[in-house]
Design a protein around this ligand. Structure first.
Ligand code: UDP
Ligand code: MG
Length: 138
């Protein structure tokens, strides 16, 4: 069993898609251990996406991620990190496979509806950024 970290991003929260996306997550045998709706502060968004700070899209990404509420979640399952990346689909929805969350719901390469950790190591860092151990319920 492995844990991963997920964000349902502002574009999807605004369009009332939390339940639809979580249905796809549960259909993939991933269990939602923790889930809460929050507003990211500008500072949190900058820290969260720090690896991209030199990229041309960084400022716009931070603006977008703070433009509305997000749903932050911890998921658990077999190979959760890879499994969730697979059902999310490619970063650019034009390149995402049929049946993936981003193919179905993303509006653009920026407003692409979901985040998922890209490694087990980053999952641990991202989970502890938003959740304390006592919030993770089996
Ligand atoms: N992003 C963007 N323009 C790009 C690439 C990425 O706005 O050309 C945004 C998009 O919201 C993406 C996030 O930055 O999800 C993080 O990029 P990353 O390459 O880590 O993609 P992900 O891991 O989310 O698929
Ligand atoms: Mg990434």
């Amino acid at each position: 069993m492995q844990k991963t970290f997920s964000i349902i991003k502002p574009d999807a929260v605004k369009r009332n898609l939390i339940g639809h996306i979580n249905q796809m997550i549960e259909n993939a045998d991933l269990k939602i251990l923790a889930s809460k709706k929050i507003y990211l502060t500008k500072n949190q968004a900058q820290i969260f996406y720090e690896v991209h700070k030199e990229r041309p899209f960084f400022n716009s990404l931070v603006e977008y991620m703070t433009s509305g509420a997000v749903q932050v979640q911890v998921l658990e399952g077999e190979d959760a990190v890879l499994k969730y990346r697979k059902i999310m689909g490619a970063t650019n929805p034009d390149e995402a496979e049929e049946g993936t969350i981003r193919k179905q719901y993303a509006e653009s390469i920026e407003a692409n509806s979901v985040h998922g950790s890209d490694s087990e190591e980053n999952a641990k860092i991202e989970i502890s950024f938003f959740f304390s151990g006592s919030e993770l319920v089996e």
